[in-house]
Design a protein around this ligand. Structure first.
Ligand code: AGP
Length: 611
């Protein structure tokens, strides 16, 4: 996934574009560039590496002008190099373009353009698109919008683009299909961006473009049309969050800030959604009445990565509390499976970004089969949020750290509400429903107590930061937390880790146990505690160091484990909300101790919008 920004107004574009790119860097950080139109000429600067490389180049050679486009890249076609960095220009050098997405038929287009005399300086699909628009430009009578329209009709694949031409100072064209793009409406200035975080410091009035829409942007106006040139009446929306929500504040990393935000995150997910009188939840966005909810005969959670792990917890919740047959599926697998599915199946997409292409494709496949699709999504106006039949917004605010943290806890909170809602229509007694809702409302203060363990967790991280591998083990509700802990450690510290159901260890993974390989056991005082304790013994018998995540007051665990991180007691089904925080902090501290870039880990991007 890449980040795009465009500015047109009365202020120097360079600073605005650079700051916007910094806010978008979490979307991709292999290279960055900008192009500003100044006195009829392009000022084009682009550099391999982080935004700071580009900033250094601009300090040496500033780019003047009031209209420009910028891009931060997560490489798909072509290695991260200066030449492959966006923006790209066309054959004439008078058209400049940035792109987020994948042009699937770029090879054929490139061959045709090369045969017509075009020469290319990069390996990217984006440069081909720039040349294609340029090739249409003259045939379209130098009408830039028409040239973009004609070129995009030839494209197979996904795009979010911004285009400028030296013949049209004060004009930026944007278009999208499958990659997010929005218009920011300022006072005597307008913006284009991949997501709101890039421009929220300037305006909170936005228009989310839909697929196959094109926007013509000037400093004081904008028009939206379809690819077929039909006029579109855009909906202007007010953004929920503020500029400081995308600031790091006093924290050294966004990820640590977002881990410490989790008490507020749970409050935001619960707000207005608890019906105490009836001991149930209120989730109006599902767009399903009681009869339809009662008729649901299966739920399938489709997601990727951490969101999938949340869906795995959702499976336990939905079956335990909701009494609804439930399964989870890797979205990338589900979209190709040919599973027979019942009539009243709900397919739930879980996605913080709402742009993950595999999850989006799973939803589209489900809709094609006539299933009702719902979403648990964080980014308002995202593609998945707009394509599902209903859903529940997470209201977690922007998550800048590439590794999911607060959005995972938000998803767990929402799934707990959903399970109570479904359960109270079936077998869940009011007393039990009330107990779970009370415990949910107590979660923010309980999370504060877990966060207070931060120094203890840092001390443990120091003991194990040189480990070359780690095992994460849990049962039932906490098996997905074992997987999440392993993913967190892998993705931000690059240490190999495996998550397993604790009992499964004996079927192979226990061979990995040795004095240098820590095993993290998630073993709150729940219904499977004794079984997990037995698994701990098995590891200790083979001299494996054990880090235990346990319930406050459990003295026995301290006699068995080498290190213990305590979390407050709660009902079994809500333990993941608490046990995930220690594995988040353990991974965070180990990554920092290993000198890793916690917020922008190598090879990753915040949302994977390519297959
Ligand atoms: C988790 O830390 C990663 N950031 C990644 O696995 C992420 O959860 C996954 O790509 C799904 O993203 P989404 O929630 O935006 O769909």
């Amino acid at each position: 996934m890449c980040g795009i920004i465009g500015y047109i107004g009365g202020k120097p574009a360079q600073g605005i574009l650079l700051e916007g790119l910094r806010r978008l860097e979490y979307r991709g950080y292999d290279s960055a560039g900008l192009c500003i139109l100044d006195k009829g000429r392009f000022q084009l600067r682009k550099k391999k590496g982080r935004i700071e490389e580009l900033a250094a180049a601009l300090r040496k050679e500033p780019a003047g002008g009031l209209c420009g486009i910028g891009h931060t890249r997560w490489a798909t076609h072509g290695a991260p190099t200066d030449a492959n960095a966006h923006p790209h220009t066309d054959q004439s050098g008078k058209l400049s373009l940035v792109h987020n997405g994948v042009i699937e038929n770029y090879t054929q287009l490139k061959e045709r353009l090369a045969a017509a005399g075009h020469t290319f300086t990069s390996q990217t699909d984006t440069e081909v698109l720039a040349h294609l628009v340029g090739a249409h430009y003259e045939q379209a009578g130098n009408d830039l919008v028409e040239a973009v329209r004609r070129a995009l009709k030839e494209v197979i694949g996904t795009y979010g683009i911004a285009v400028m031409h030296t013949d049209h100072p004060g004009l930026i064209i944007g278009a999208r299909r499958g990659s997010p793009l929005l218009v920011g409406l300022g006072r005597d200035e307008n913006f284009l961006a991949s997501d709101v975080s890039a421009i929220v410091a300037h305006t909170r009035r936005v228009v989310y473009l839909n697929d196959f829409e094109i926007v013509t942007l000037t400093r004081d106006d904008f028009q939206v049309t379809t690819l077929e040139a039909a006029a579109v009446s855009p909906q202007i929306k007010e953004v929920e969050f503020k500029a400081e929500d995308v600031e790091r504040g006093a924290f050294p990393h966004f990820m640590l800030k977002e881990i410490f935000e989790q008490p507020r995150t749970v409050e935001n997910a619960l707000r207005g959604r608890i019906n105490h009188d009836e001991a149930t939840a209120r989730l109006g966005g599902l767009n399903l009445n009681a009869g339809e909810l009662r008729a649901v005969d299966r739920i399938i959670f489709v997601a990727c990565g951490s969101a999938l792990h949340a869906g795995m917890v959702g499976e336990y919740l939905m079956e335990d509390l909701g009494r609804v047959p439930t399964e989870w599926e890797y979205a990338s697998e589900f979209r190709y499976r040919n599973a027979p599915v019942e009539k009243h199946t709900l397919v739930f997409a879980v996605s913080q970004s709402g742009e993950t292409i595999d999850t989006l494709a799973a939803i589209r496949e489900s809709k094609r089969r006539g299933h009702r699709t719902l979403g648990i999504v964080n980014v308002v106006g995202s593609t998945i949020a707009r394509e599902v039949d209903g859903g529940i917004y997470m209201h977690a605010g922007p998550e800048i750290g590439v590794a999911a943290s607060k959005t995972f806890v938000s998803q767990l909170t929402i799934m707990s509400l959903l399970a109570v809602l479904m359960g109270r229509m079936r077998h869940l007694a009011a007393t039990r429903g009330a107990e779970i809702l009370r415990e949910l409302e107590a979660m923010p203060s309980k999370l504060e107590r877990v966060l207070a363990e931060n120094d203890n967790i840092l001390a443990i991280a120091k003991k194990y930061c040189d480990a070359r591998s780690a095992l994460f083990l849990g049962r039932q509700y906490n098996y997905p937390i074992a997987l999440e802990g392993a993913l967190k450690l892998k993705e931000i510290s690059y240490v190999h880790a495996e998550g397993y159901p604790a009992a499964e260890m004996k079927h192979g993974p226990i061979a990995l146990v040795d004095p240098k390989t820590p095993s993290v056991f998630i073993c709150p005082k729940d219904g499977v505690y004794d079984k997990v304790m037995a698994n701990i013994e098995e590891v200790k018998a083979r001299k494996g160091p054990v880090i235990a995540i346990a319930t406050e007051g459990d003295a026995e665990i301290a006699r068995k484990a080498d290190d213990v991180i305590y979390v407050p007691d709660t009902v079994d089904c809500l333990t993941p909300l608490l046990t995930v925080v220690p594995v988040q902090l353990l991974a965070y501290h180990i990554a920092v101790l290993r000198g890793c870039d916690v917020d922008k880990p190598r090879n990753l991007a915040k949302s994977v919008t390519v297959e």
